[in-house]
Design a protein around this ligand. Structure first.
Ligand SMILES: Cc1ncc(COP(=O)(O)O)c(C=O)c1O
Length: 484
């Protein structure tokens, strides 16, 4: 079923459309069309969504139907709307604007490069000692086969204990250990999402999750985030209408926007998903990285009464991506099904890394305290230098996680990414975080790099931004890049 946006919902998304700059120069209908195009380009209004009937939108915006009619006509002419008599009008992008994220990972060996496409920290100081301690533990496992499809018992118990300590009682049987968080998502998708099944994601979202979904040939629908995060009413209504098989969401310091989903909405979300027959896959990659001392809302899974929430998380963001340690928290029978599923994928994960994980998890507080101080200082400096060098960019300061989501002064994200490469900076432009080539007005900036790297990187980006205006380069993007 094609999802529909209601008149009142679209009116809310459009906000103060009549006060946009286009309004000063153009008639009402053109300003309205331009505002709808803006929502599409920013990924806040998904593609393939049915717009309200002309009369309904006219009522919601308190304008004449003729104005809405003319705006829809203009949108049809510019390729942003497809209409069929009697069936309605649904959103589209003009042909030639589609940009597919390749999802490819190509690691950079260029040491002079300031890589702002990757949002990941280097290893914590505690890693070497934890590795040595794990080597001492390893003989305990050497007389066994070493195959543990759900993970070694000690690591499962350590992960379960962390959930329990957060107020989410969890037994080791509810934990499946994976080779990183993306592997966790892949296993869940293999289990739950048949080819062509509808899956709902945020827009913007984590690009490699989109790659995993495309790989499973899921039918992707999006929920657009704005500067306040999720629009509860719209998301719940999309769940009701689309009835996705699964929704993949990042409620804790969302990648890339940094938003934290409010507690009240979490409960509504679980209830609505249950009614829609949708399984929720909640990616908690950043749950430990609150930066402003705030109390964290309860885990989404704490509202789950029907075993429909699967929580995925791991050690990559708070500890180190090189460990490749992740997990799935689900019901014990689901974990068994996932383990059976894994036999045809990679059978089992390495024992030594899990033993390292046990030692590191026992030092979580101390490792995280250092991470938080470092990330807070880097975030604050990044906010300061962006405001200084690029004053026309708008940023909602994130209260956690590792990235800023900057709203640029024009749809130049890909052009900028291209322009800074010769200056030795690598960026992940906005469209990589969405589907169908939208989000050109946005750029993700990580604050995982050191302060001197951030200062240097932003200075180079600012100079490339001003050059873009002078040379008028056209946006383009062709090379696969590393995004994490
Ligand atoms: C939201 C989110 N999920 C998953 C991952 C991948 O984690 P891993 O490296 O453990 O596969 C990332 C990495 O950036 C991420 O941002």
């Amino acid at each position: 079923m094609t999802p529909t946006v209601r008149g009142t919902q679209l009116a809310r998304l459009l906000g103060r459309w009549h006060a946009l700059p286009a309004r000063r120069r153009s008639p009402d209908y053109a300003a309205l069309a331009s505002a709808v195009r803006g929502l599409l380009a920013d990924g806040r209004l998904p593609l393939g969504v049915r717009l309200p009937a002309e009369r309904e939108l006219a009522d919601a915006l308190a304008i004449s139907r003729t104005t809405v009619s003319a705006a829809y006509r203009e949108l049809r002419e510019s390729g942003h709307l497809n209409s069929k008599r009697g069936a309605g009008s649904w959103t589209a992008l003009p042909s030639g604007l589609k940009v597919e994220g390749s999802g490819l990972w190509t690691s950079s060996e260029d040491l002079d490069l300031i890589d702002l496409s990757c949002a990941a920290l280097s290893a914590p100081d505690e890693l070497m000692a934890a590795t040595k301690a794990a080597l001492n533990d390893l003989p305990r496992y050497l007389n066994s086969t070493g195959y543990h499809p759900s993970g070694i018992p000690e690591f499962r118990a350590a992960v379960a204990a962390q959930f329990t300590a957060r107020g989410l009682p969890t037994s080791p049987e509810q934990i499946m250990v994976t080779n990183g968080v993306l592997h966790a998502l892949d296993l869940v998708l293999r289990l739950l999402v048949p080819v062509g099944a509808p899956v709902l994601v945020e827009s913007p979202t984590y690009p490699n999750a989109l790659a995993a979904l495309r790989d499973r040939r899921a039918r992707i629908s999006t929920h657009g985030l704005d500067e306040n995060g999720w629009d509860a009413e719209l998301l719940l209504s999309t769940l009701r209408q689309v009835r996705p098989r699964l929704a993949y969401l990042i409620p804790e310091f969302q990648n890339p926007t940094g938003h934290l989903m409010p507690a009240a909405f979490r409960e509504q979300l679980v209830v609505a998903a249950q009614r829609a027959g949708t399984d929720l896959v909640i990616d908690e990659s950043f749950v430990d990285l609150a930066l402003d001392g705030q109390e964290m809302p309860p885990a989404v899974a704490s509202f789950d009464r029907h075993g429909r929430v699967m929580t995925i998380g791991g050690m990559s963001k708070p500890f180190w991506g090189g460990l490749r340690l992740g997990w799935i928290r689900a019901s014990a029978p689901t974990v068994q099904r996932l383990a059976a599923q894994r036999v045809g994928v990679d059978t089992s994960g390495p024992v030594l890394e899990q033993l390292i994980g046990v030692h590191l998890l026992s030092q979580t507080e101390q490792v995280i305290a250092v991470r938080r101080n470092q990330l807070r200082a880097q975030r604050d400096e990044l906010l300061r230098i962006v405001a200084e060098h690029l004053p026309d960019w708008r940023v909602v300061p994130p209260s956690g996680g590792v990235t800023l989501w900057a709203e640029l002064d024009g749809p130049v994200s890909s052009a900028l990414a291209r322009a800074v490469e010769p200056l030795g900076v690598r960026l992940a432009p906005g469209p990589r975080f969405g589907v169908d080539g939208t989000l050109e007005r946005f750029l993700r900036l990580p604050f995982t790099q050191t302060i001197p790297e951030l200062q240097d990187g932003i200075a180079r980006i600012a100079s490339a931004r001003y050059d873009l205006d002078r040379t008028g380069s056209r946006p383009q993007w062709s090379e696969p890049e590393l995004i994490a």
